[in-house]
Design a protein around this ligand. Structure first.
Ligand SMILES: Cc1cc2nc3c(=O)[nH]c(=O)nc-3n(C[C@H](O)[C@H](O)[C@H](O)COP(=O)(O)O)c2cc1C
Ligand code: SF4
Length: 496
Protein backbone atom coordinates (compact mmCIF):
# COMPACT_ATOMS: atom_id res chain seq x y z
CA UNK A 1 0.00 0.00 0.00
CA UNK A 2 1.64 3.33 -1.00
CA UNK A 3 2.06 5.77 1.91
CA UNK A 4 -0.71 8.32 2.47
CA UNK A 5 0.00 12.03 1.89
CA UNK A 6 1.62 13.66 4.92
CA UNK A 7 2.28 17.23 5.93
CA UNK A 8 6.08 17.25 5.93
CA UNK A 9 7.36 19.66 3.27
CA UNK A 10 8.63 18.24 -0.05
CA UNK A 11 12.30 18.80 -0.88
CA UNK A 12 13.48 21.80 -2.92
CA UNK A 13 13.52 20.01 -6.30
CA UNK A 14 10.02 18.71 -5.85
CA UNK A 15 8.78 22.07 -4.54
CA UNK A 16 10.05 23.74 -7.71
CA UNK A 17 8.44 21.07 -9.90
CA UNK A 18 5.10 21.44 -8.11
CA UNK A 19 5.21 25.24 -8.34
CA UNK A 20 5.94 25.08 -12.09
CA UNK A 21 3.11 22.59 -12.71
CA UNK A 22 0.63 24.67 -10.72
CA UNK A 23 1.65 27.80 -12.62
CA UNK A 24 0.60 26.09 -15.86
CA UNK A 25 -2.90 25.61 -14.41
CA UNK A 26 -4.14 25.02 -10.87
CA UNK A 27 -7.58 23.51 -11.47
CA UNK A 28 -8.70 20.15 -10.15
CA UNK A 29 -9.24 18.98 -13.73
CA UNK A 30 -5.48 19.20 -14.26
CA UNK A 31 -4.66 17.01 -11.28
CA UNK A 32 -3.47 14.02 -13.35
CA UNK A 33 -1.48 16.30 -15.65
CA UNK A 34 0.09 18.11 -12.65
CA UNK A 35 1.19 14.77 -11.19
CA UNK A 36 2.64 13.67 -14.54
CA UNK A 37 4.47 16.99 -14.94
CA UNK A 38 6.02 16.62 -11.46
CA UNK A 39 7.01 13.03 -12.34
CA UNK A 40 8.70 14.23 -15.53
CA UNK A 41 10.54 17.04 -13.70
CA UNK A 42 11.83 14.45 -11.23
CA UNK A 43 13.24 12.24 -14.00
CA UNK A 44 10.36 9.79 -13.92
CA UNK A 45 10.18 9.36 -10.14
CA UNK A 46 6.65 9.96 -8.90
CA UNK A 47 5.52 12.66 -6.51
CA UNK A 48 6.20 11.98 -2.81
CA UNK A 49 3.50 11.77 -0.12
CA UNK A 50 4.60 15.19 1.14
CA UNK A 51 4.41 16.62 -2.38
CA UNK A 52 0.96 15.16 -2.90
CA UNK A 53 -0.21 16.74 0.35
CA UNK A 54 1.06 20.11 -0.90
CA UNK A 55 -0.75 19.73 -4.25
CA UNK A 56 -3.96 18.70 -2.49
CA UNK A 57 -3.82 21.75 -0.24
CA UNK A 58 -3.22 24.07 -3.17
CA UNK A 59 -6.15 22.62 -5.14
CA UNK A 60 -8.34 22.62 -1.99
CA UNK A 61 -8.80 18.84 -2.13
CA UNK A 62 -8.98 16.43 0.76
CA UNK A 63 -5.69 14.49 0.90
CA UNK A 64 -7.75 11.32 0.43
CA UNK A 65 -9.13 12.63 -2.89
CA UNK A 66 -5.65 13.40 -4.20
CA UNK A 67 -4.41 10.03 -2.93
CA UNK A 68 -7.20 8.19 -4.74
CA UNK A 69 -6.20 9.82 -8.03
CA UNK A 70 -2.44 9.43 -7.52
CA UNK A 71 -2.78 5.71 -6.81
CA UNK A 72 -5.30 5.03 -9.57
CA UNK A 73 -2.90 5.84 -12.43
CA UNK A 74 0.24 3.70 -12.84
CA UNK A 75 1.91 6.45 -14.87
CA UNK A 76 1.89 8.84 -11.88
CA UNK A 77 4.38 6.44 -10.25
CA UNK A 78 3.28 7.73 -6.87
CA UNK A 79 5.86 7.52 -4.06
CA UNK A 80 8.04 5.21 -6.16
CA UNK A 81 11.79 5.11 -5.65
CA UNK A 82 12.62 4.33 -9.28
CA UNK A 83 11.71 6.10 -12.56
CA UNK A 84 8.48 5.09 -14.29
CA UNK A 85 8.81 2.55 -17.07
CA UNK A 86 5.83 1.20 -18.97
CA UNK A 87 5.28 -2.40 -18.09
CA UNK A 88 5.40 -3.49 -21.69
CA UNK A 89 3.36 -6.35 -22.96
CA UNK A 90 5.13 -8.90 -20.85
CA UNK A 91 1.53 -10.07 -21.10
CA UNK A 92 1.52 -11.10 -24.72
CA UNK A 93 3.63 -9.95 -27.61
CA UNK A 94 6.94 -9.25 -25.90
CA UNK A 95 6.45 -11.74 -23.13
CA UNK A 96 5.15 -14.71 -25.02
CA UNK A 97 6.37 -14.30 -28.55
CA UNK A 98 9.71 -12.65 -27.96
CA UNK A 99 10.43 -14.36 -24.68
CA UNK A 100 11.24 -11.13 -22.92
CA UNK A 101 8.72 -10.59 -20.18
CA UNK A 102 9.20 -7.22 -18.53
CA UNK A 103 12.58 -6.84 -20.22
CA UNK A 104 11.98 -3.17 -20.80
CA UNK A 105 10.28 -3.86 -24.10
CA UNK A 106 7.47 -1.37 -24.24
CA UNK A 107 4.15 -2.62 -25.51
CA UNK A 108 3.86 0.27 -27.89
CA UNK A 109 6.92 -0.98 -29.77
CA UNK A 110 5.13 -4.13 -30.89
CA UNK A 111 5.39 -2.75 -34.39
CA UNK A 112 9.14 -3.32 -34.37
CA UNK A 113 11.96 -0.80 -34.71
CA UNK A 114 10.84 1.43 -37.56
CA UNK A 115 12.56 4.65 -38.60
CA UNK A 116 10.67 7.52 -36.94
CA UNK A 117 8.05 8.70 -39.45
CA UNK A 118 7.95 12.35 -40.38
CA UNK A 119 4.76 14.22 -39.60
CA UNK A 120 3.24 16.20 -42.47
CA UNK A 121 3.88 19.87 -41.67
CA UNK A 122 1.24 22.55 -41.21
CA UNK A 123 2.47 24.25 -44.40
CA UNK A 124 2.27 21.04 -46.44
CA UNK A 125 -1.13 20.19 -45.04
CA UNK A 126 -2.51 23.61 -45.99
CA UNK A 127 -0.82 23.50 -49.40
CA UNK A 128 -2.74 20.28 -50.09
CA UNK A 129 -6.03 22.00 -49.26
CA UNK A 130 -5.99 21.35 -45.53
CA UNK A 131 -8.14 23.50 -43.23
CA UNK A 132 -10.28 24.46 -46.25
CA UNK A 133 -13.33 22.74 -44.77
CA UNK A 134 -12.76 24.38 -41.39
CA UNK A 135 -12.64 27.80 -43.06
CA UNK A 136 -15.84 27.03 -44.98
CA UNK A 137 -17.63 25.96 -41.80
CA UNK A 138 -16.38 29.09 -40.02
CA UNK A 139 -17.45 31.42 -42.82
CA UNK A 140 -20.81 29.94 -43.78
CA UNK A 141 -23.47 29.23 -41.12
CA UNK A 142 -25.24 26.85 -43.54
CA UNK A 143 -22.13 24.68 -43.85
CA UNK A 144 -22.77 22.98 -40.51
CA UNK A 145 -26.12 21.53 -41.63
CA UNK A 146 -24.53 20.39 -44.92
CA UNK A 147 -21.72 18.76 -42.94
CA UNK A 148 -24.20 16.65 -40.96
CA UNK A 149 -25.85 15.57 -44.20
CA UNK A 150 -22.42 14.64 -45.62
CA UNK A 151 -21.65 12.49 -42.58
CA UNK A 152 -24.87 10.57 -43.06
CA UNK A 153 -24.22 10.21 -46.80
CA UNK A 154 -20.76 8.81 -46.04
CA UNK A 155 -22.25 6.46 -43.42
CA UNK A 156 -19.37 7.48 -41.15
CA UNK A 157 -19.07 5.16 -38.14
CA UNK A 158 -16.90 5.15 -35.02
CA UNK A 159 -13.60 3.28 -35.32
CA UNK A 160 -13.09 2.43 -31.64
CA UNK A 161 -14.71 -0.94 -32.14
CA UNK A 162 -18.47 -0.58 -31.79
CA UNK A 163 -19.13 1.23 -35.08
CA UNK A 164 -21.75 3.69 -33.77
CA UNK A 165 -22.93 6.13 -36.50
CA UNK A 166 -21.01 9.40 -36.24
CA UNK A 167 -23.82 11.68 -37.49
CA UNK A 168 -26.18 10.27 -34.85
CA UNK A 169 -23.68 11.03 -32.09
CA UNK A 170 -23.26 14.62 -33.34
CA UNK A 171 -27.04 15.09 -33.42
CA UNK A 172 -27.40 13.81 -29.85
CA UNK A 173 -24.75 16.26 -28.67
CA UNK A 174 -26.40 19.16 -30.50
CA UNK A 175 -29.85 18.26 -29.17
CA UNK A 176 -28.67 18.01 -25.55
CA UNK A 177 -28.56 21.76 -24.85
CA UNK A 178 -25.60 23.56 -23.27
CA UNK A 179 -22.17 24.22 -24.75
CA UNK A 180 -20.56 20.95 -25.88
CA UNK A 181 -16.99 19.73 -25.46
CA UNK A 182 -15.08 17.69 -28.07
CA UNK A 183 -12.63 14.96 -27.05
CA UNK A 184 -10.21 13.11 -29.33
CA UNK A 185 -9.55 9.70 -27.76
CA UNK A 186 -5.92 8.78 -28.42
CA UNK A 187 -5.41 6.64 -25.35
CA UNK A 188 -4.77 3.51 -27.41
CA UNK A 189 -4.12 1.44 -24.30
CA UNK A 190 -4.99 -2.05 -25.55
CA UNK A 191 -2.39 -4.71 -26.24
CA UNK A 192 -0.44 -4.32 -29.47
CA UNK A 193 -2.65 -1.67 -31.07
CA UNK A 194 -0.79 1.23 -32.70
CA UNK A 195 -3.07 2.54 -35.44
CA UNK A 196 -3.79 5.91 -33.78
CA UNK A 197 -0.11 6.43 -33.24
CA UNK A 198 0.48 5.91 -36.97
CA UNK A 199 -2.14 8.56 -37.83
CA UNK A 200 -1.03 11.13 -35.24
CA UNK A 201 2.64 10.81 -36.05
CA UNK A 202 2.18 11.11 -39.81
CA UNK A 203 -0.77 13.49 -40.24
CA UNK A 204 -1.71 15.27 -36.98
CA UNK A 205 -3.40 18.17 -38.75
CA UNK A 206 -5.96 15.87 -40.35
CA UNK A 207 -7.14 14.81 -36.88
CA UNK A 208 -7.04 18.37 -35.61
CA UNK A 209 -8.98 19.82 -38.52
CA UNK A 210 -11.73 17.21 -38.10
CA UNK A 211 -11.94 17.89 -34.35
CA UNK A 212 -12.18 21.64 -34.99
CA UNK A 213 -14.85 21.12 -37.65
CA UNK A 214 -16.76 19.00 -35.11
CA UNK A 215 -16.40 21.80 -32.55
CA UNK A 216 -17.68 24.45 -35.01
CA UNK A 217 -20.62 22.30 -36.16
CA UNK A 218 -21.72 21.34 -32.64
CA UNK A 219 -20.94 24.75 -31.10
CA UNK A 220 -18.26 23.39 -28.73
CA UNK A 221 -15.81 25.81 -27.08
CA UNK A 222 -13.26 23.28 -25.87
CA UNK A 223 -11.32 20.49 -27.59
CA UNK A 224 -9.21 17.97 -25.67
CA UNK A 225 -6.67 15.75 -27.36
CA UNK A 226 -6.23 12.87 -24.92
CA UNK A 227 -3.06 10.99 -25.82
CA UNK A 228 -1.44 7.97 -24.24
CA UNK A 229 1.24 8.96 -21.71
CA UNK A 230 4.06 6.90 -23.22
CA UNK A 231 3.56 8.34 -26.72
CA UNK A 232 6.07 11.08 -25.85
CA UNK A 233 7.16 11.88 -29.45
CA UNK A 234 3.51 12.34 -30.36
CA UNK A 235 2.98 14.82 -27.52
CA UNK A 236 5.61 17.04 -29.12
CA UNK A 237 3.99 16.69 -32.57
CA UNK A 238 0.52 17.47 -31.21
CA UNK A 239 1.70 20.43 -29.08
CA UNK A 240 3.32 21.96 -32.12
CA UNK A 241 0.22 21.40 -34.26
CA UNK A 242 -1.95 23.07 -31.60
CA UNK A 243 0.34 26.11 -31.51
CA UNK A 244 0.33 26.41 -35.30
CA UNK A 245 -3.43 26.24 -35.51
CA UNK A 246 -3.91 28.76 -32.71
CA UNK A 247 -1.35 31.15 -34.27
CA UNK A 248 -3.18 30.96 -37.63
CA UNK A 249 -6.46 32.03 -35.95
CA UNK A 250 -8.16 28.74 -36.83
CA UNK A 251 -9.24 28.02 -33.25
CA UNK A 252 -10.65 31.41 -32.28
CA UNK A 253 -13.08 31.04 -29.39
CA UNK A 254 -12.12 27.39 -28.89
CA UNK A 255 -9.81 26.18 -26.12
CA UNK A 256 -7.37 23.50 -27.29
CA UNK A 257 -5.68 21.25 -24.76
CA UNK A 258 -3.38 18.26 -24.95
CA UNK A 259 -3.85 15.93 -21.99
CA UNK A 260 -1.99 12.73 -21.24
CA UNK A 261 -3.64 9.57 -19.99
CA UNK A 262 -2.57 7.69 -16.88
CA UNK A 263 -1.06 4.45 -18.18
CA UNK A 264 -4.03 2.09 -17.69
CA UNK A 265 -6.21 0.43 -20.35
CA UNK A 266 -9.37 1.67 -18.62
CA UNK A 267 -8.31 5.31 -19.23
CA UNK A 268 -9.60 4.93 -22.81
CA UNK A 269 -13.16 4.00 -21.78
CA UNK A 270 -15.12 7.16 -22.41
CA UNK A 271 -16.62 7.78 -18.95
CA UNK A 272 -13.33 6.86 -17.23
CA UNK A 273 -11.48 9.17 -19.63
CA UNK A 274 -13.84 12.02 -18.78
CA UNK A 275 -13.36 11.33 -15.05
CA UNK A 276 -9.60 11.63 -15.48
CA UNK A 277 -10.05 14.98 -17.29
CA UNK A 278 -12.11 16.16 -14.32
CA UNK A 279 -9.36 15.27 -11.83
CA UNK A 280 -10.93 12.03 -10.63
CA UNK A 281 -9.80 8.40 -10.75
CA UNK A 282 -10.45 6.68 -14.09
CA UNK A 283 -13.42 4.50 -13.22
CA UNK A 284 -16.29 3.98 -15.65
CA UNK A 285 -19.74 5.15 -14.63
CA UNK A 286 -23.17 3.74 -15.35
CA UNK A 287 -24.87 4.83 -18.62
CA UNK A 288 -27.31 6.50 -19.24
CA UNK A 289 -26.67 9.33 -19.02
CA UNK A 290 -24.39 9.00 -22.02
CA UNK A 291 -21.53 11.46 -22.44
CA UNK A 292 -23.33 12.88 -25.49
CA UNK A 293 -25.90 14.40 -23.12
CA UNK A 294 -23.99 14.58 -19.83
CA UNK A 295 -20.24 14.23 -20.12
CA UNK A 296 -17.29 16.42 -19.16
CA UNK A 297 -18.39 18.56 -16.17
CA UNK A 298 -22.00 17.70 -17.00
CA UNK A 299 -21.75 19.19 -20.51
CA UNK A 300 -22.73 17.41 -23.75
CA UNK A 301 -19.55 15.72 -24.95
CA UNK A 302 -18.61 14.51 -28.40
CA UNK A 303 -15.92 11.86 -28.02
CA UNK A 304 -14.44 9.90 -30.91
CA UNK A 305 -11.39 7.80 -31.58
CA UNK A 306 -8.42 9.37 -33.43
CA UNK A 307 -9.08 7.28 -36.55
CA UNK A 308 -12.77 8.24 -36.55
CA UNK A 309 -11.88 11.94 -36.63
CA UNK A 310 -9.20 11.42 -39.27
CA UNK A 311 -11.52 9.52 -41.59
CA UNK A 312 -14.17 12.24 -41.35
CA UNK A 313 -11.98 14.39 -43.57
CA UNK A 314 -12.97 12.02 -46.40
CA UNK A 315 -16.48 13.51 -46.20
CA UNK A 316 -15.11 16.73 -47.71
CA UNK A 317 -12.61 15.13 -50.05
CA UNK A 318 -9.74 14.73 -47.58
CA UNK A 319 -6.21 16.03 -47.88
CA UNK A 320 -4.10 13.59 -49.91
CA UNK A 321 -0.32 13.41 -49.62
CA UNK A 322 0.41 11.71 -46.30
CA UNK A 323 0.96 7.98 -45.65
CA UNK A 324 -2.25 8.08 -43.56
CA UNK A 325 -4.22 9.48 -46.52
CA UNK A 326 -4.84 5.91 -47.75
CA UNK A 327 -7.51 5.86 -45.01
CA UNK A 328 -9.58 8.33 -47.02
CA UNK A 329 -10.67 5.25 -48.97
CA UNK A 330 -13.50 3.81 -46.84
CA UNK A 331 -12.69 0.29 -48.11
CA UNK A 332 -9.24 0.44 -46.52
CA UNK A 333 -8.95 -1.03 -43.04
CA UNK A 334 -6.02 -0.23 -40.77
CA UNK A 335 -4.56 -3.29 -39.00
CA UNK A 336 -1.93 -3.31 -36.25
CA UNK A 337 0.06 -6.45 -37.10
CA UNK A 338 2.54 -7.74 -34.50
CA UNK A 339 4.00 -11.01 -33.22
CA UNK A 340 5.97 -13.60 -35.16
CA UNK A 341 6.14 -11.76 -38.48
CA UNK A 342 9.18 -10.27 -40.20
CA UNK A 343 7.76 -6.78 -40.68
CA UNK A 344 5.26 -5.89 -37.93
CA UNK A 345 3.61 -2.49 -38.08
CA UNK A 346 0.53 -0.53 -39.06
CA UNK A 347 -0.85 -2.06 -42.29
CA UNK A 348 -3.59 -0.33 -44.27
CA UNK A 349 -5.29 -3.07 -46.30
CA UNK A 350 -7.97 -2.79 -48.99
CA UNK A 351 -10.32 -5.73 -49.32
CA UNK A 352 -8.66 -8.33 -47.10
CA UNK A 353 -9.94 -11.72 -48.23
CA UNK A 354 -8.27 -14.02 -45.64
CA UNK A 355 -6.67 -13.28 -42.27
CA UNK A 356 -3.63 -15.33 -43.35
CA UNK A 357 -2.94 -12.66 -45.98
CA UNK A 358 -2.06 -10.26 -43.15
CA UNK A 359 0.96 -12.44 -42.45
CA UNK A 360 2.23 -12.02 -46.02
CA UNK A 361 1.51 -8.28 -45.90
CA UNK A 362 3.66 -8.13 -42.75
CA UNK A 363 6.64 -9.79 -44.42
CA UNK A 364 5.78 -13.43 -43.77
CA UNK A 365 6.50 -15.60 -40.72
CA UNK A 366 9.80 -15.24 -38.90
CA UNK A 367 12.40 -17.89 -39.68
CA UNK A 368 11.66 -21.29 -38.26
CA UNK A 369 8.00 -20.58 -37.51
CA UNK A 370 4.84 -21.81 -39.20
CA UNK A 371 1.55 -19.99 -38.75
CA UNK A 372 -0.30 -21.08 -35.60
CA UNK A 373 -3.01 -18.46 -35.74
CA UNK A 374 -3.89 -14.86 -34.89
CA UNK A 375 -5.34 -13.00 -31.96
CA UNK A 376 -7.78 -10.62 -33.60
CA UNK A 377 -9.17 -7.55 -31.85
CA UNK A 378 -6.91 -6.96 -28.85
CA UNK A 379 -6.90 -8.29 -25.32
CA UNK A 380 -10.54 -9.38 -25.37
CA UNK A 381 -10.43 -10.46 -29.00
CA UNK A 382 -10.60 -13.87 -30.62
CA UNK A 383 -7.96 -16.56 -31.03
CA UNK A 384 -8.31 -17.68 -34.62
CA UNK A 385 -6.49 -20.91 -35.51
CA UNK A 386 -4.37 -21.28 -38.67
CA UNK A 387 -7.02 -23.29 -40.55
CA UNK A 388 -9.64 -20.59 -39.99
CA UNK A 389 -7.13 -17.88 -40.95
CA UNK A 390 -7.04 -19.52 -44.41
CA UNK A 391 -10.82 -19.53 -44.83
CA UNK A 392 -12.59 -16.57 -46.49
CA UNK A 393 -12.76 -13.69 -44.02
CA UNK A 394 -16.33 -13.02 -45.12
CA UNK A 395 -17.34 -16.45 -43.78
CA UNK A 396 -15.68 -15.78 -40.40
CA UNK A 397 -17.43 -12.41 -40.17
CA UNK A 398 -20.74 -14.06 -41.01
CA UNK A 399 -20.08 -16.52 -38.16
CA UNK A 400 -19.67 -13.62 -35.74
CA UNK A 401 -15.94 -12.79 -35.75
CA UNK A 402 -15.35 -9.13 -34.91
CA UNK A 403 -12.24 -7.32 -36.09
CA UNK A 404 -12.55 -4.68 -33.34
CA UNK A 405 -9.87 -2.04 -33.68
CA UNK A 406 -7.87 -4.19 -36.08
CA UNK A 407 -5.28 -5.69 -33.75
CA UNK A 408 -3.68 -8.82 -35.27
CA UNK A 409 -1.10 -10.66 -33.15
CA UNK A 410 0.45 -13.50 -35.12
CA UNK A 411 1.57 -16.59 -33.25
CA UNK A 412 3.38 -19.70 -34.38
CA UNK A 413 2.42 -23.35 -34.55
CA UNK A 414 4.73 -24.01 -31.57
CA UNK A 415 3.04 -21.39 -29.39
CA UNK A 416 0.52 -22.83 -26.99
CA UNK A 417 -2.96 -21.29 -27.53
CA UNK A 418 -3.89 -21.92 -23.92
CA UNK A 419 -0.83 -19.99 -22.71
CA UNK A 420 -1.80 -17.12 -25.02
CA UNK A 421 -5.35 -17.13 -23.64
CA UNK A 422 -3.92 -17.16 -20.11
CA UNK A 423 -1.87 -14.07 -20.85
CA UNK A 424 -4.85 -12.28 -22.37
CA UNK A 425 -6.88 -13.07 -19.26
CA UNK A 426 -4.04 -11.99 -16.97
CA UNK A 427 -3.84 -8.69 -18.81
CA UNK A 428 -7.57 -8.09 -18.33
CA UNK A 429 -7.28 -9.05 -14.64
CA UNK A 430 -4.47 -6.54 -14.17
CA UNK A 431 -6.32 -3.79 -16.03
CA UNK A 432 -9.75 -4.29 -14.41
CA UNK A 433 -10.47 -1.15 -12.38
CA UNK A 434 -11.95 -3.41 -9.75
CA UNK A 435 -15.22 -1.68 -8.98
CA UNK A 436 -17.51 -4.51 -10.24
CA UNK A 437 -17.21 -7.86 -8.48
CA UNK A 438 -17.91 -10.01 -11.58
CA UNK A 439 -15.10 -8.33 -13.52
CA UNK A 440 -12.59 -8.06 -10.67
CA UNK A 441 -13.03 -11.63 -9.47
CA UNK A 442 -13.94 -13.20 -12.81
CA UNK A 443 -10.92 -11.97 -14.78
CA UNK A 444 -8.51 -13.03 -12.02
CA UNK A 445 -10.20 -16.43 -11.66
CA UNK A 446 -10.16 -17.03 -15.41
CA UNK A 447 -6.47 -16.14 -15.56
CA UNK A 448 -5.74 -18.65 -12.77
CA UNK A 449 -7.78 -21.42 -14.43
CA UNK A 450 -6.08 -20.92 -17.77
CA UNK A 451 -2.59 -20.79 -16.27
CA UNK A 452 -3.02 -23.85 -14.02
CA UNK A 453 -1.70 -27.20 -15.30
CA UNK A 454 -4.08 -30.04 -16.07
CA UNK A 455 -7.33 -30.32 -17.99
CA UNK A 456 -9.28 -27.15 -18.59
CA UNK A 457 -12.60 -26.70 -16.80
CA UNK A 458 -14.56 -25.39 -19.82
CA UNK A 459 -18.00 -25.34 -18.10
CA UNK A 460 -16.53 -23.18 -15.33
CA UNK A 461 -15.01 -20.80 -17.92
CA UNK A 462 -18.41 -20.61 -19.63
CA UNK A 463 -20.07 -19.76 -16.30
CA UNK A 464 -17.50 -17.06 -15.65
CA UNK A 465 -18.11 -15.70 -19.14
CA UNK A 466 -21.85 -15.49 -18.48
CA UNK A 467 -21.46 -13.78 -15.10
CA UNK A 468 -18.92 -11.26 -16.39
CA UNK A 469 -20.89 -10.63 -19.57
CA UNK A 470 -24.09 -9.93 -17.69
CA UNK A 471 -22.81 -8.39 -14.46
CA UNK A 472 -20.08 -5.99 -15.57
CA UNK A 473 -20.56 -2.27 -15.88
CA UNK A 474 -18.26 -1.55 -18.82
CA UNK A 475 -17.06 -3.30 -21.93
CA UNK A 476 -13.79 -4.45 -20.35
CA UNK A 477 -15.63 -6.90 -18.10
CA UNK A 478 -18.40 -7.62 -20.59
CA UNK A 479 -15.97 -8.39 -23.40
CA UNK A 480 -13.74 -10.46 -21.10
CA UNK A 481 -16.80 -12.65 -20.74
CA UNK A 482 -17.26 -12.80 -24.48
CA UNK A 483 -13.60 -13.58 -25.06
CA UNK A 484 -13.76 -16.55 -22.68
CA UNK A 485 -17.04 -17.75 -24.11
CA UNK A 486 -15.54 -17.84 -27.59
CA UNK A 487 -12.25 -19.46 -26.66
CA UNK A 488 -11.22 -22.10 -29.11
CA UNK A 489 -9.02 -24.47 -27.16
CA UNK A 490 -8.43 -28.20 -27.20
CA UNK A 491 -11.74 -29.69 -26.13
CA UNK A 492 -13.85 -27.04 -27.82
CA UNK A 493 -14.76 -26.64 -31.49
CA UNK A 494 -13.64 -24.17 -34.14
CA UNK A 495 -12.40 -20.70 -33.39
CA UNK A 496 -14.15 -17.49 -34.29
C1 LIG B 1 -11.52 -0.78 -21.41
C2 LIG B 1 -11.81 0.12 -22.58
C3 LIG B 1 -10.77 0.80 -23.19
C4 LIG B 1 -11.03 1.64 -24.27
N1 LIG B 1 -9.96 2.26 -24.85
C5 LIG B 1 -10.19 3.07 -25.92
C6 LIG B 1 -9.10 3.75 -26.54
O1 LIG B 1 -7.94 3.60 -26.15
N2 LIG B 1 -9.39 4.54 -27.62
C7 LIG B 1 -10.67 4.72 -28.07
O2 LIG B 1 -10.89 5.47 -29.02
N3 LIG B 1 -11.72 4.10 -27.50
C8 LIG B 1 -11.51 3.29 -26.44
N4 LIG B 1 -12.58 2.68 -25.84
C9 LIG B 1 -13.94 2.95 -26.36
C10 LIG B 1 -14.47 4.29 -25.81
O3 LIG B 1 -15.17 4.05 -24.61
C11 LIG B 1 -15.45 4.98 -26.80
O4 LIG B 1 -16.50 4.10 -27.07
C12 LIG B 1 -14.80 5.37 -28.11
O5 LIG B 1 -13.68 6.19 -27.89
C13 LIG B 1 -15.80 6.05 -29.06
O6 LIG B 1 -15.14 6.36 -30.25
P1 LIG B 1 -15.81 6.24 -31.69
O7 LIG B 1 -17.11 6.98 -31.62
O8 LIG B 1 -14.85 6.91 -32.58
O9 LIG B 1 -15.97 4.79 -32.00
C14 LIG B 1 -12.36 1.82 -24.75
C15 LIG B 1 -13.40 1.14 -24.13
C16 LIG B 1 -13.14 0.29 -23.07
C17 LIG B 1 -14.26 -0.44 -22.42
S1 SF4 C 1 -16.33 -4.01 -15.85
FE1 SF4 C 1 -14.29 -4.13 -14.89
S2 SF4 C 1 -13.14 -2.42 -15.75
FE2 SF4 C 1 -15.32 -2.04 -16.18
S3 SF4 C 1 -16.05 -0.77 -14.49
FE3 SF4 C 1 -16.40 -2.91 -13.90
S4 SF4 C 1 -14.55 -3.53 -12.77
FE4 SF4 C 1 -14.07 -1.64 -13.88
Amino acid sequence: MPPVPDGAPPDATERAAIAAALTRGAQRGRLLEILLEVRDAKGGVGISPAGLAAVAEHLRLFPSEAYEVATAFPAVNYAAATPYATEGCGDLVCGLLQGAPGAGVCRNRCDGARPAPVARTFADYRAAGGYGQLRRVMADPGAAARMLAQLSAHQAVGRAGVGFPVGEKWRQVMAAGGTPVVIVNGDEGDLAIFKDRFILETDPHGVLEAALVAARVTGADLVFLYVRDDYAPIHAIVRRALEEVAAAGLAEGIGLELRRSGGAFICGEETALIASLEGRAARPTERPPFPTTRGYLGRPTLLHNVETFYRLTAAWGGTPGSPASVLLDPQVRLFSVSGRVCAPGPKPVRGLSRLADLVEIAGGMQNGHALGGLVIGGSSGTLVGAADCRRPLADLLAEGLRLGTGGAIVFGADDEPRAIAARMAAYLARESCGQCGPCRIGTAHAARILAAPGPLDLPLLDDLATVMGEGSLCALGRNAGRFLGRLSLPGRGASA
